[in-house]
Design a protein around this ligand. Structure first.
Ligand SMILES: Nc1ncnc2c1ncn2[C@@H]1O[C@H](COP(=O)(O)OP(=O)(O)O)[C@@H](O)[C@H]1O
Ligand SMILES: CC(=O)OP(=O)(O)O
Ligand SMILES: [Mg+2]
Length: 395
């Protein structure tokens, strides 16, 4: 009987899932993938097979009030019905925060779960959903190995200086330091780039993961050297609803002068800021690009400005720039954003091929460009499946 691995990637408002067949040579091959989007509002589930044919599509009403956990049991049953002859060998999970202790994927045990629970305050949008998915999967499939794969792990070899805040050193020792996120995405993209352009992948590359959450990663010879997110996934770029880098004095002002409680500050910075907060229109880049509202344009301009500014910082960490890779929902699909970022980085000698950029696939820089620019669709799911298989191989 063939074997399969299920991956679960519980995000702030979505639950992505995929089933991979384990082929000879331990190669994982996608069988089906899908997502439940818009959880908390009007959930929408869609799943497709390996050829992209729709297997299921379902909508729930906005007032159903369903949380992530409500989808897990029916989802696991639906997946069982679609496994055919295959037997589920493990479930791999994306866990956003691994802290200082988890620098590689691990088999989930109770002590692992409680250690990950302690990191929840540092990833309030993600960690509770990641851990709820693990607990629900444990309850539904007792005995089935669960593997946690961390967003932070790809950045765990950063030089000491990259990890530090200029705070009294005792805080660093207590774990108040920069970690970085979106590591599963960066690891996948780095692997794809090595296959697509080995010479570039041996050089200095800036990868822009621009989705609901957004960050940049400085990758040299396939290794992460620096990244824009830090202690939490709030730092760095402006995001859908998150503020990105902020003068810490603003937080003091909000609490001490404006009288916001810590919980209200958390809600402001994680849920009400970013594209949504500045535009007052939407957190969704598609809606902003289609809007006539000048505030939407202002939000897009700030998003692009912040990318270019942080890109400058990471070029310094890299000591140069040979290539840029765009990925994530915005990076893969929004030609206008790639173009605007490219215009701000023109001083590096980066020139887009306008036709290729509109197409948005593969190499999109001009043949005369000093900096190569690629669009590479990310795949956190396949990375999770590979890691899960690696961990359970010796069980
Ligand atoms: N065709 C498109 N043009 C512009 N933005 C897009 C397009 N398709 C998706 N996006 C944007 O991608 C973002 C979601 O990215 P994604 O990587 O899927 O998010 P998540 O972090 O939830 O995985 C949204 O802001 C959405 O508007
Ligand atoms: C870490 C993070 O911001 O993840 P996402 O982009 O999925 O929200
Ligand atoms: Mg994402």
């Amino acid at each position: 009987m063939s074997q399969a691995i299920l991956t679960l990637n519980a995000g702030s408002s979505s639950l992505k899932f995929a089933v991979f067949a384990v082929n000879p040579g331990d190669e994982v091959k996608p069988r089906l993938r899908g997502k439940v989007e818009n959880i908390g509002a009007a959930p929408h589930m869609v799943a497709v097979d390996a050829d992209g044919a729709v297997l299921v599509e379902r909508r729930w009403s906005a007032d159903a009030g369903l949380a992530h956990e409500a989808f897990l049991e029916p989802l696991l049953e639906w997946i069982d019905d679609h496994l055919g002859q295959a037997r589920l060998k493990a479930i791999g999970h994306r866990v956003v925060h691994g802290g200082a202790s988890f620098t590689t994927p691990v088999l989930v045990t109770e002590p692992v779960l409680s250690a990950l629970d302690a990191l929840t305050p540092m990833a309030p949008l993600h960690q509770p959903h990641n851990l709820a998915a693990i607990r629900a999967a444990q309850a539904a499939r007792p005995g089935l190995p669960q593997v946690a794969c961390f967003d932070t792990a790809f950045h765990s070899a950063h030089a000491d200086v990259v990890t530090r805040f200029a705070l009294p050193r005792a805080w660093h020792e207590q774990g108040v330091r920069r970690y970085g996120f979106h590591g599963l995405s960066y690891e996948y993209v780095a692997g794809r780039l090595q296959a697509l352009d080995p010479a570039l992948s041996a050089g200095k590359v800036l990868v822009a993961h621009l989705g609901a959450g957004a960050s940049l990663c400085a990758i040299s010879s396939g290794q992460s050297l620096d990244t824009t997110m830090g202690f939490t996934a709030l730092d760095g770029l402006m995001m859908g609803t998150r503020c990105g880098a902020l003068d810490p004095g603003v937080i003091l002002y909000l609490q001490q002068q404006a009288g916001l409680t810590p919980a209200a500050v958390e809600d402001l910075l994680y849920n009400r800021s970013g594209l949504l907060g500045v535009s007052q229109v939407s957190s969704d880049m598609r809606a902003l690009l289609a809007s006539e509202d000048p505030k939407a344009q202002q939000a897009v301009d700030l998003f692009v400005f912040r990318i270019a500014r942080e890109a400058g910082a990471l070029m310094s960490s890299l000591g140069g720039l040979d290539g840029v890779v765009f990925t994530g929902g915005i990076g893969e699909n929004a030609a206008a954003i790639r173009n605007a970022v490219a215009n701000r980085l023109a001083w590096t000698g980066l020139v887009l091929d306008q036709g290729a950029n509109q197409q948005g696939q593969g190499l999109v820089s001009d043949s005369q460009s000093r900096v190569a620019v690629w669009v590479i669709p990310t795949d956190e799911e396949v990375m999770i499946a590979r890691h899960a298989l690696e961990i359970i191989k010796d069980l």
